[in-house]
Write a protein that binds this ligand. Structure first.
Ligand code: ATP
Length: 423
């Protein structure tokens, strides 16, 4: 095929194009063969402006990130293991890595890394053929595609294919990645890849909790997260993480946006997939997904709502009773419970609580009650609770109503003080 010089010019911003052109020159000068790689190339070939600029260089050493940053008039913004760094120049962020080989000593363990001698070696360690292409950035070979694993064919055939039989054994996080790409791009899992994936589900056990959570969270943040979770469920991927994990059937409603409320989205989806987990398995779940305190709380709160379901079957539950039972529980846990419980009446109460009762407060504060003659101490808290219940049940609306309510309770023989000029 022709080179991709054209695509680079068309799909990159002018600044990105200039920075890459210059990066290629700097690399040429230092004997480094520089390539755009991975998802960046995949997206370019699909005609999309890439989200990140991932570069790999054959011959990159510890000092090269600084050399590149200097040559671009930019700076190194971060470095991490395996000679990888972020370099920023003219507002363009580059993700630079040393071209490397990887050897997996045992399933699920992080690989042993050594420098690659050719870009092909680096491409061979990757997850899927569509992510295993490179575009040369040297001046002499600018825009030439390196595609030793026939990724372009697979891109055209719209399929996800692993590079070798051991791929999912070496690194079972690729199972989640396969599902993610398949749904995101509308690609099928190539037949052998599908067979391998199904046969290797047990290797998910070899992946530590932190990495499993990381993969799940990446799924949660995708636009088509629900379809991905459904596919993961159907393939047995969720059950391979923990047997009870599933996704309620039927509509799941609108999810919080991944860019505006990522936390709420993760909480909601976690509470939904964890809904069938029994209380005795909660600590196993926490451990398996290496849940943060915040995320652990949401599954616990959803479990607490589940225990309340029988109480929510009562007809004519007073709002104050409903509030008393749900107060303090995470809103996302409650919403997930409403979606997952499969009981319309209970779901109605839960939604009613979220939309009408949660966050309701009395107009009078503790100090106001003391002024009205409620003795300082525990009686104030008690009176506030009673007042809140009265408000929730619609017995008081205005400040004057609240004052009258308090006076009737504590000084049944007196009138409330005259209103102090408030409307
Ligand atoms: P996304 O669009 O989701 O960001 P991406 O392809 O950029 O996709 P990254 O997770 O940023 O994905 O990884 C960059 C590249 O690194 C991938 O395209 C792939 O070539 C390689 N890669 C990432 N994770 C793995 C893995 N677990 N095994 C092998 N190669 C991987």
């Amino acid at each position: 095929m022709d080179g991709l010089a054209d695509l680079l010019e068309r799909l990159l911003t002018a600044e990105e194009w200039r920075v890459l052109r210059r990066a290629g020159d700097v690399a040429d000068l230092h004997g480094v063969e520089l390539y755009l790689v991975g998802g960046t190339v995949r997206d370019l070939l699909l005609g999309k402006a890439p989200a990140d600029l991932d570069l790999t260089g054959v011959g990159v050493d510890e000092g090269f990130a600084c050399v590149l940053a200097d040559g671009l008039g930019g700076r190194v913004v971060s470095r991490s293991q395996f000679v990888t760094a972020h370099v920023r120049a003219n507002g363009v962020l580059i993700d630079l890595a040393m071209a490397r080989r990887e050897r997996y000593e045992q399933p699920g363990a992080l690989p042993t890394v050594s420098p690659a001698k050719t870009v092909e070696e680096d491409l061979r360690r990757r997850d899927f053929s569509i992510n295993a292409m490179g575009v040369a950035l040297s001046r002499r070979r600018w825009g030439l595609l390196a595609d030793p694993l026939r990724g372009l064919d697979d891109l055209e055939r719209r399929r996800i294919r692993v590079l070798h039989e051991q791929s999912f054994v070496d690194d079972a996080t690729r199972i989640f990645r396969a599902v993610r790409y398949s749904v995101r791009m509308g690609f099928a899992l190539e037949e052998d890849t599908l067979g391998l994936l199904k046969g290797r589900l047990r290797f998910i056990e070899t992946i530590g909790g932190e990495r499993v959570w990381n993969e799940l969270e990446r799924v949660f943040m995708e636009r088509r997260a629900v379809a991905m979770l459904r596919m993961a469920k159907e393939l047995g991927v969720l059950a391979a993480v923990l047997p009870a994990l599933a996704l309620p059937s039927g509509a799941l409603g609108t999810l919080p946006s991944p860019s505006k409320s990522p936390d709420a989205r993760a909480k909601r989806l976690l509470a939904l997939v964890a809904w069938p987990v029994l209380p005795v398995r909660m600590s196993a779940l926490r451990k398996r997904l290496h849940l943060s305190r915040k995320m652990a709380r949401v599954v616990e709160d959803a479990a607490a709502v589940k225990e309340l379901l029988s109480a929510l079957r009562a007809r004519d539950l007073r709002p104050s009773r409903l509030h008393g039972r749900l107060e303090g529980l995470d809103a996302e846990a409650i919403r997930a419970a409403a979606i997952a419980c499969g009981e319309p009446a209970a779901a109605h109460y839960l939604e009613y609580y979220l939309s009408e009762l949660r966050g309701v407060e009395t107009l009078l504060r503790g100090g106001d009650l003391i002024e009205l003659g409620v003795p300082e101490g525990p009686r104030v808290g008690e009176a506030l609770r009673e007042l809140l219940a009265a408000r929730l049940d619609g017995l008081v609306a205005t400040r004057e109503d609240e004052e009258r309510f308090v006076m009737r309770k504590f000084h049944p023989h007196l009138d409330p003080p005259p209103s102090r000029g408030r409307m």
